[in-house]
Ligand binder design. Structure first.
Ligand SMILES: Nc1ncnc2c1ncn2[C@@H]1O[C@H](COP(=O)(O)OP(=O)(O)O)[C@@H](O)[C@H]1O
Ligand SMILES: CC(=O)OP(=O)(O)O
Ligand SMILES: [Mg+2]
Length: 402
């Protein structure tokens, strides 16, 4: 069975095509800058050279049409017909309180994803466009949705409620949902396998640090707390997002700078974080280069990023009254040795005996970055959200009558 996994963002569509029986990736790629006359399709077919094309792509239906076209292209394709795609799995960031696991797409499910537009205005509308585009381009093909929020639905009320009037929760579902759940779940399971210990007995702190970044306390395989909140803005400092700040800053700055709700929201989501403090970039690679070149603002941005992550790790160790392993994953977590070093070296009080050499060795592999007899272990575990989405989709499609 071939499954196409789609992660549709506001201006991009990322895709990965799997052959499930052989557990192989047939092709992957992305369309960026949707809505512009210089949209770009980057396509990486397995065993063939990469291919890219710049052209006008104004909306998601066309973007997905282009992806399907390239998948069956005589030269760059990996299939002979679209009908060889048996099902499609989508990443959906916000599932609210309605979805505790992945589901097949139905009219009811679509209605619920639409109802949640308000809570994830950057993400959910884009996912719906992706689902509709598949309906138009591949009528009748079963689709499944896998939610970032689902894994965190096990959080207890003391972790997911905010100390504000309860009416806000009852009326508007104001609460912590948490995100990147597919990744936190996957790396927790991989970490247990790597350590050769049952997940049920482990206290883990998983740090998914990519463009968006969040940390989770995973106790016995269940999420008991996480740093992102009602939206993906709370918690850690990120590439362009502020993470935690005094909520009183929002009305204060709106008044002083005469900003609208939209403007202040854009400031905190798109013009804060590493980008704002460094004045250089939201990309950790460029920050680290600037730090090495002695740039003061980049150094401050780097230190704040690591410091804020270390504070969350301390908090989650306290939340679980202990921790067995700290897991680093996603773009920054998997690739930035300097960031892992800056975080781990301040955790010796917890029993983290950091191994500098191991931290520098090997890329893209599961590894331990603490010394052999460290009381608390630190691991690097590459995440694979697309594979989890493909597997969930595969299982759901098996349950359909044939
Ligand atoms: N070698 C590297 N060193 C430091 N940071 C890196 C490296 N490679 C990638 N990154 C960081 O990873 C981020 C992307 O992470 P990723 O998990 O792919 O995010 P997303 O899935 O949200 O697009 C980039 O913004 C970049 O800062
Ligand atoms: C939820 C979220 O922040 O997702 P991403 O990291 O893909 O932006
Ligand atoms: Mg990601």
């Amino acid at each position: 069975m071939n499954i196409l996994v789609i992660n549709a963002g506001s201006s991009s569509v990322k895709y990965q095509l799997y052959d499930m029986e052989n557990a192989t990736v047939l092709a992957k790629g992305r369309v960026e800058r949707i809505g512009m006359d210089t949209a770009i399709l980057l396509h990486e077919p397995a065993g063939k050279p990469e291919f890219h094309k710049v052209e006008e792509i104004l909306e998601h239906t066309t973007a997905i049409r282009r992806v399907l076209d390239v998948l069956v292209h005589p030269e760059h394709g990996v299939l002979t017909a679209i009908s060889q795609i048996d099902a499609v799995g989508h990443r959906v960031v916000h599932g609210g309180e309605s979805f505790k696991s992945s589901v097949l797409v139905t009219d009811e499910v679509k209605k619920e994803i639409r109802r949640l537009f308000d809570l994830a205005p950057l993400h959910n509308p884009a996912h719906m466009l992706g689902i509709s585009a598949v309906e138009v381009n591949m009528p009748g093909v079963p689709q499944a949705v896998v939610f970032d929020t689902a894994f965190h639905q096990t959080m207890p009320a003391k972790a997911y409620l905010y100390p504000v009037p309860m009416a806000l929760y009852r009326k508007h579902k104001v609460r912590r949902y948490g995100f990147h759940g597919t990744s936190h779940k996957y790396v927790s399971e991989r970490a247990a396998a790597f350590l050769g210990r049952p997940l049920e007995q482990l206290k883990l702190i998983t740090c998914h640090i990519g463009n968006g970044a969040s940390c989770a306390a995973v106790w016995g395989g269940q999420s008991v707390d996480t740093s992102m909140g009602m939206t993906p803005l709370e918690g850690l400092m990120m590439g362009t997002r502020s993470g935690d700040l005094d909520p009183a800053i929002v009305p204060y700055v709106m008044g002083k700078e005469d900003l609208t709700i939209g403007e202040v929201s854009s400031m905190l989501n798109k013009h804060s974080g590493l980008q704002a403090i460094s004045g250089i970039s939201s990309d950790m690679r460029e920050i680290v280069e600037a730090v090495e070149a002695g740039d003061k603002n980049a150094t401050l941005a780097f230190e704040m990023y690591a410091y804020r992550l270390r504070k969350y790790i301390g908090a989650y160790a306290a939340a679980m009254n202990g921790v067995d392993a700290i897991v680093f994953t996603a773009g920054v977590g998997e690739n930035s040795a300097p960031l892992r070093k800056a975080v781990c070296e301040g955790l010796s009080f917890l029993g983290v005996d950091f191994d500098e050499e191991a931290n520098l060795l090997g890329r893209g592999i599961e590894k331990r970055i603490t010394k052999f007899d460290s009381k608390v272990e630190a691991l690097v575990i590459p995440t694979n959200e697309e594979w989890v989405i493909a597997q969930d989709t595969y299982e759901l499609v098996q349950s359909l009558p044939r």
